[in-house]
Ligand binder design. Structure first.
Ligand SMILES: O=C(O)CCC(=O)C(=O)O
Length: 257
């Protein structure tokens, strides 16, 4: 897929781009996500994270690092169409940095305002592009992404200690909700301020987040997950009695505890 001149201009000027109906087979996408959600927590494999649900019990909020266990997803994420699309945005060859699915089930918490750049500093990469693939419709009611104008093409805003955007700055930004339909792809760079509200609806708001970087800056995916597993592992890999929070760059603005 080649982007139009208008689309590329929009990307360069704003650091985000919405491609409607990027995936037409949304039933298959839905099945893939159902399959991954149903897999048992297994140390050393896909990483399942939970948040407290409305009833106080554990509720699934994320699955990460799953491509080695799902061929269809792996082909989609690492296949030529996606890598070429991201490569166009980066203006050079792209490589996957990490993958996750945010489930935001009913009552699931929102994400505090943040830019990704302050959290993506561990491997010296200059920039990242995240592709958010909508599995369910996302709406203001169920906590769709809200974005604000970038401070500059590669500029970071003042942050609080937890690396989210400082409160006094958040209130000065103009936040715009970006509702999406299943199959839509929202692309954004690591300098785009974004946040989302809790899911106040009765159904899930599932979205896949694929983050890519410049291939010339190295393949850091496995090192990223090795580090994350050590600092902020999924529940089934946690050592009893060890304190895992705050998890610094591995949990910026996230509802995971
Ligand atoms: O899924 C969302 O609502 C926001 C996701 C996000 O910003 C993140 O995972 O860092």
């Amino acid at each position: 897929m080649s982007l139009t001149v208008e689309a590329l201009d929009h990307w360069r000027a704003n650091g985000w781009l919405l491609l409607r109906d990027y995936v037409s087979d949304v039933r298959t996408l839905d099945q893939w996500v159902i399959d991954l959600a149903a897999r048992p927590e297994t140390p050393g494999k896909w990483m399942k994270y939970f948040e407290p649900g409305l009833d106080g019990r554990r509720q699934l909020c994320r699955v990460e690092s799953f491509l080695a266990y799902h061929e269809g997803f792996d082909d989609f994420v690492n296949g030529a169409p996606m890598l070429e699309l991201i490569g166009e945005l980066l203006a050079e060859e792209a490589i996957l940095f990490k993958e996750k699915i945010n489930f935001k089930l009913p009552g699931g918490a929102g994400f505090a305002p943040h830019q990704d750049a302050p959290a993506f500093t561990s491997f010296g990469q200059s920039t990242h592009v995240t592709a958010m693939l909508s599995v369910d419709a996302t709406t203001p009611e169920n906590g769709c992404l809200e974005i604000a104008t970038r401070p500059g093409a590669a500029a970071t805003l003042p942050t609080a200690e937890d690396l989210t955007i400082a409160t006094e700055v958040v209130d000065r930004l103009d936040w715009v909700a970006v509702p999406t339909a299943p199959g839509d792809l929202l692309l954004f760079d690591s300098y785009l301020p974004h946040r989302s509200a809790e899911n106040r609806s009765y159904s899930a708001r599932r979205a896949v987040y694929l983050t890519y970087a410049k291939a010339a800056e190295g393949d850091h995916r496995l090192a990223y997950y090795r580090k994350k597993r050590d600092v902020f592992p999924p529940d089934c890999e946690r050592e009893p009695g060890r304190d895992y929070g705050p998890a610094g760059v591995f949990n910026v603005g996230n509802p995971i505890r």
